[in-house]
Design a protein around this ligand. Sequence first.
Ligand SMILES: [Zn+2]
Length: 199
Amino acid sequence: MKQISLILAVVVICGLMIGVLSSPGGVLGSSEQEHHFVGAVGGENEYNRGRAPEDWWGQIERMHGHVGPWNVLGWRIGQAALREFDTRWGLHELDVICYVPIETPYSCMADGLVIGTGNTIGRLDLRLAEVVSLDFIHVCVRRKDGTGPVLIFRPGQKYLRHIDAPKLEQLEKLSRQCSNMAESDLFEVTRIMPSKAEN
Ligand SMILES: [Zn+2]
């Protein structure tokens, strides 16, 4: 009797394993295999029902705890990226990589990018990459399907030094200033064609 139940258990476990190994698209919401990065699928579908916050400032405050110039800089870059790639908030058609020193206030930019694009770290369509100093800060954006250019958003060094280590009482003023400045005074955009791209 014991032997029979042992055999049964082995059969059941093997059956389960075969099921798991052979099931297509094991990762919920993962992109197709030909995509260069396995993250959440983009586009107009049930995975992307979120809508842009009407009050982006309040949303940053609720999520991040405060609004600082680094948040707003990330938000501005996110908005510019959506426009440049002709896509919309929350469609998740873009991959965004934020290159910053892994310390605040620099990393605060990432949460601005979340509110600015709808992309998140958990969906793997927003990622942090470490650089060793302020001089190398930039945000790299490309389409998830690999078509088109890679855009590099590089904040101006003069501006970065202006908001480096902001005092608490300056946060609001610097943030308002960042939201009102011309994009060209905040960052420059470089367009790179990856060698593999066909269009
Ligand atoms: Zn912050």
